[in-house]
Design a protein around this ligand. Structure first.
Ligand code: NQM
Length: 352
C-alpha cells in the first residue's frame, strides 16, 4: 500500500500550454463516463463559476479555462480521439460546441506521455480525431530518443520565448459546427445594416469590417472590451442564420473584425470569443478568417494581400501564419505551426 494514498476525489491531470491557450488534459478513462457528472466535476476542477476561478486551476479567462479529454481512437482513421470542452469562467457552463486548435497542439505530446501512442526515434506523427467536428488533424513533433521534446527555437506570437515546433495539418474542417463552409448559403449577408461573411472552416466565425464598428481595427484587445454590447446582437442573429440556433449561451460563433494589413501580413484582425476580445486569434478561427478573405465577394477579400497559400493573419499581439488551399469553393487542406509545453503532471483535487 502506498505510504501516502491519494484521496478518492483526486483526478490524474496534465496541465499544458497548447499554443496560446492553457488547459487541463485528461485521459477519458480518468473522468466519469456520464457527460453530466463529468461536466460537474470539470466545473469544480476549474473553479467555475467565479471570475477569478480562485478555488480551481482555471486561469480566469476563456483562453485558460479549457479541457482536453483524450482516449484511444474508436475509429481506424486515427490514433486518438480528442474531445475539447470550453469551461465557462463566470458561468457554470461546459460546452463541446467548438473545437480548439491551440489546445490541439498539446494532444500529440499528451498521447505519447500517457502511452497511447508509441513515439518515433526522431519525430512522431499522431492522427487525432477531433470529436467536436468529426475531422482529423495530423500533429508532428520532435521525440528524439523516443521522448517528447518541448524545448526548441520556434516563437509564436503572444507566448514568451521559444519552444519546439508542432505542425498541425487539417482535413475535412469545412462546416465543423454548422455543416457547411458558408452556413448561410451566401458569401455575404447583412445583419442590422452590417455586412458580414459567416464562415466555418474549423470554427464558425462572423467576419465584419472594423470600420462598421467605428474602429480602425488596429486597437489593442483591452480597448475593444467596450464593443461587447454591439457584437452580441449581431452574433445572436448570425447564429440563427448559420443554423446554430440560440447561441446566447454558446461559445460560437466567434466574431472577427477585419481591416487592411499594416505589418506586411495578409489581413489585420480583431477577434471576440465570443464577445470578449481575444489577445491574438484562435488557430481554427484564423484558418476560417483566412479562408473567407480568399473568397471572391467575402467581407475583407478586397482588403487582403494574398500572395499564395500562406496567410499571415495580423492580430493584436503579432501574427499567426496559417496555410489554406482552396479547390474552387472547397477547402483542400489547411495547416499551422504551434508549440506546446508540459507545465504540471499530477493529481487535481476538485472542490466537493
Ligand atoms: O480557433 C479561442 C484559442 C481559441 C480557439 C476561441 C482556437 C481555435 O485561441 O482553433 O484555438 O476561439 O475561443 O485557443
Amino acid at each position: 500500500m502506498s505510504p501516502n494514498p491519494l484521496p478518492a476525489s483526486g483526478v490524474r491531470c496534465l496541465l499544458m500550454r497548447g499554443g496560446t491557450s492553457k488547459g487541463a488534459y485528461f485521459l477519458a478513462e480518468d473522468l466519469p463516463a456520464d457527460p453530466g457528472e463529468r461536466d460537474d466535476l470539470l466545473l469544480r476542477v476549474m473553479g467555475s463559476p467565479d471570475p477569478r476561478q480562485i478555488d480551481g486551476i482555471g486561469g480566469a479567462h476563456p483562453l485558460t479555462s479549457k479541457v482536453a479529454v483524450i482516449s484511444p481512437a474508436a475509429g481506424a482513421d486515427s490514433d486518438v480521439d480528442y474531445l475539447f470542452l470550453q469551461v465557462g469562467v463566470e458561468e457554470a457552463t461546459v460546452t463541446d460546441r467548438q473545437n480548439c486548435g491551440n489546445i490541439l497542439a498539446g494532444v500529440g505530446p499528451f498521447a505519447v506521455e500517457r502511452g497511447l501512442v508509441a513515439p518515433g526515434r526522431e519525430t512522431t506523427s499522431v492522427r487525432i480525431h477531433m470529436v467536436n467536428s468529426d475531422s482529423v488533424a495530423m500533429a508532428t513533433f520532435p521525440t528524439p530518443g523516443g521522448v517528447v521534446q518541448y524545448d526548441g527555437d520556434t516563437a509564436i506570437s503572444d507566448v514568451p520565448g521559444t519552444a519546439a515546433a508542432i505542425t498541425l495539418d487539417f482535413a475535412d474542417t469545412e462546416g465543423s459546427a454548422s455543416g457547411s463552409l458558408l452556413p448561410t448559403g451566401n458569401v455575404r449577408d447583412v445583419i442590422d445594416g452590417i455586412e458580414v461573411t459567416c464562415i466555418d472552416n474549423g470554427m464558425p466565425v462572423v467576419v465584419a469590417y472594423a470600420r462598421d464598428f467605428g474602429i480602425t481595427g488596429y486597437e489593442s484587445a483591452a480597448e475593444l472590451a467596450r464593443l461587447a454590447d454591439r457584437i452580441q446582437p449581431m452574433r445572436l442573429e448570425a447564429g440563427k442564420l448559420m443554423g446554430l440556433g440560440d447561441v446566447s449561451e454558446a461559445s460560437v460563433p466567434k466574431t472577427t473584425l477585419v481591416a487592411a494589413p499594416r505589418d506586411g501580413g495578409t489581413i489585420c484582425t480583431r477577434t471576440f470569443i465570443p464577445v470578449k476580445p481575444h489577445t491574438s486569434i484562435g488557430v481554427l478561427g484564423a484558418v476560417s478568417v483566412g479562408t473567407a478573405v480568399l473568397m471572391d465577394g467575402a467581407v475583407g477579400h478586397e482588403l487582403a494581400h494574398v500572395t499564395g497559400n500562406r496567410l499571415d493573419i495580423e492580430h493584436p499581439s503579432g501574427h499567426l501564419e496559417v496555410e489554406v488551399e482552396l479547390d474552387g469553393a472547397h477547402v483542400r487542406r489547411s495547416g499551422v505551426v504551434r508549440t506546446a509545453r508540459k507545465l504540471f503532471d499530477g493529481t487535481v483535487f476538485p472542490r466537493s
